[in-house]
Design a protein around this ligand. Sequence first.
Ligand code: ASP
Length: 281
Amino acid sequence: MGNVILIHGGVGSKGRVKENLDCILGKCKSDNPLESVVKSVVLLEDDPRFNAGTGSVIRIDGSIEMDAAVAIPGDFGAVINIKEVRNPVLVARDVMEKTPHIAIAGEGAVKFARRMGFENYNPETERTRENFIKMKEALLNAEEGDDRYAIMRKLIKEGIVEEPHDTVGAVARINGKFAAAVSTGGASPMMSGRVGDVPLIGAGIYCGEKGAVVATGIGEEIAKRLLCYRIYSRIGETKLSKILEEEIAYFNGKTAGAIAVSADEVASTSNGVMPTDQLEF
Ligand code: ASP
């Protein structure tokens, strides 16, 4: 099979970004799968309608902390809760290529980014500020129950949390080689310091000799299931689309989606609207 790049704009994004995905892929063709997935994610991070880079969701305490990761067979790099950079995915790539580490978090990630020449950048937009205000209202009005808002509301009441999904991802197979990249502002509502699935190898991203997989949805659920490694480890067992359907069915309505490429297949599945696009060349 030929070369392919597959991108998603986050499960639960109501498809509002589909038209934008279409014009991204043409710019991401290259001979190098890592180059292609990183370029795709950079363009998606720069689009303020996505919850990654510019437009990242604001947390309960008013801060913006972003996660991003890149993976190729045998190597991985991530930034966790990084602040004030324009393209977290580029910093994640530098972690993989220029340090002996697989992940750098928080202040250390910001310091590393500055040393690598990434300038101070505020990813907040008018939309994320408005959503922040709505999120705070929803929290204040949440009824008792076990959904995210109700649990956060309870934590707020108990004084554990102070008062107050459109991740992006790409996988590619180019000249028989694979790569994956993913970036997010997180799953609202969330505390400062919360870490989701995106920077956890095998949870929100995995890439090996058999293929590449990235996920989107409620990071806690995805990580507990080690979703991407689980999908990856099943490649070859049956059709890729069937594997994805079975794995997403497990979430039983808790928001989740995934995209994947193998040596001869491409597949995407989600239990909510998830805009995707793919380019074969
Ligand atoms: N998986 C991301 C997280 O929980 C959010 C998303 O995919 O929209 O951080």
